[in-house]
Design a binder for this molecule. Structure first.
Ligand code: FES
Ligand code: FES
Length: 159
């Protein structure tokens, strides 16, 4: 299979690999960089489980070919904090915002993306920001509670 050189920045570190240019960013992250925190749900852009932040934009990494990430800055769940201590991760744990956990990394990346732009969102704004992220377990209320709790913490101002 034809490959090409891909250089990008992942969680602040410059990385280079040889990869098929149409390989999904999701697979590049999970297989080439062992960043398995990013999950695959539907594989079709519907569930948001694979959400990462690409040059400041929340994307479904299952829909992004590797070549579109060339030179880009990618943030994944692993880059938020060592050991899961980011305030949004802590709020999810505290509020019961995670059950099976498949949707959780994507939910957290979507939440971080929101809170970095709008540190004190309304519940409606939280719902709208998470509309592309599906959860089969929690009924969403605890997730929204968690994002709201995180938004009320002083730590968010330092994100
Ligand atoms: S796995 Fe990418 S949107 Fe569902
Ligand atoms: S916690 Fe299971 S899908 Fe959301």
């Amino acid at each position: 299979m034809k490959t090409s050189r891909l250089s990008l920045t992942i969680n602040g570190a410059r990385r280079t690999i040889e990869t098929p240019p149409m390989k999904r960013l999701l697979d590049v992250l999970r297989e080439d960089f062992q960043l398995t925190g990013t999950k695959e749900g539907c594989g079709e852009g519907e569930c948001g489980a694979c959400s990462v932040i690409l040059d400041g934009v929340l994307v479904n990494s299952c829909l992004v070919p590797a070549l579109h990430a060339a030179g880009a800055n990618v943030r994944t769940i692993e880059g938020l904090s060592p050991g899961g201590s980011h305030p949004v991760q802590a709020a999810f744990a505290r509020c019961g915002g995670a059950q099976c956990g498949i949707c959780t990394p994507g939910m957290i990346m979507a939440s971080v993306h929101l809170l970095e732009r709008n540190p004190h969102p309304s519940r409606l704004e939280i719902q709208e920001a998470l509309a592309g992220n599906l959860c089969r377990c929690t009924g969403y209320q605890k997730i929204i509670d968690a994002v709201q709790a995180a938004s009320e913490g002083d730590e968010i101002a330092d994100l």
